[in-house]
Design a protein around this ligand. Structure first.
Ligand SMILES: [Fe+2]
Ligand SMILES: [Fe+2]
Length: 248
């Protein structure tokens, strides 16, 4: 996700003028919007485009949601035949939730940077910060529980129904949690900053990510959840397309 500032400025200017790369090319022939200019394409090489601070937070929610979907998908299996559930895959999912979701996204970004700021933006947002923090804490207790009951390689019939219920309530809580953050909390937080400041904060978030994971934490987390989905048979997205609804 590294991105040198000169290229960032070039792209920002291009977007501001509404003509991709006009200032770069120094020519009056106007390229189609969305079509990379030769120089721009050459410069981009293997580098990824800039990720804004809020986009970063929201795509982290994407990885978290995929972990929640793994939990959701195993609920009926836990009830029908707990011995058939791949406990190691659930353990792997809970570890990813801990390192990427709780220790990084929640603790290092939201609790350090987002919530302290929105607490100052009125009673309604301060209440959100309180509830969201309590939900982070409850989630950590739940992850401890998931790690404990999936530790033995198999899920005992004793734990199957309580774990199914924990997954049901946790998935519902976190879907609400992340959706409110995406639509209320992050947009409110973003209003405190200019585009330039947001750029700098995006870089700070990246530094935190690199310090914690040694490299690109998001890419590794995305690969990890893909592997878990593959292992559990959830890789094929088409399987989740529902049948056509009945005729009214
Ligand atoms: Fe959160
Ligand atoms: Fe979040």
């Amino acid at each position: 996700m590294s991105f040198d500032s000169s290229r960032r400025d070039i792209l920002r200017n291009s977007i501001a003028f509404g003509v991709a790369g006009l200032s770069v090319a120094g020519t009056m022939s106007l390229p189609l919007l969305g079509e990379p200019l030769p120089q721009q394409a050459k410069e981009s090489g293997d580098k990824e485009p800039e990720v804004t601070a809020t986009e970063d937070l929201m795509r982290e929610h994407g990885v978290i949601r995929r972990a929640l979907l793994v939990y959701y998908e195993v609920i009926p299996k836990l009830r029908q035949n707990p011995a058939s559930v791949d406990a190691a895959a659930l353990q792997q999912t809970a570890k990813l939730f801990r390192t990427f979701g709780e220790d990084y996204h929640e603790r290092m970004l939201e609790e350090q940077h987002i919530f302290p700021m929105i607490r100052k933006q009125g009673a309604g947002l301060a209440l959100y910060a309180d509830i969201l923090t309590q939900q982070h804490q409850r989630g950590r207790e739940i992850t401890d529980y998931v790690l404990a009951v999936t530790n033995g390689g198999k899920i005992s019939s004793l734990h199957a129904e309580p774990l199914a219920r924990v997954f049901e309530t946790f998935v519902l809580m976190y879907q609400n949690h992340a959706a409110r953050e995406d639509t209320i909390v992050f947009p409110a937080w973003k209003k405190n900053f200019t585009d330039k400041q947001l750029d700098e904060i995006g870089d700070q978030f990246e530094d935190i990510e690199h310090k914690m994971f040694g490299k690109d934490g998001f890419e590794d987390a995305e690969k990890e959840i893909s592997l878990i989905e593959g292992r559990l048979g959830f890789a094929d997205l088409a399987q989740f397309t529902p049948p056509a609804p009945p005729k009214p």
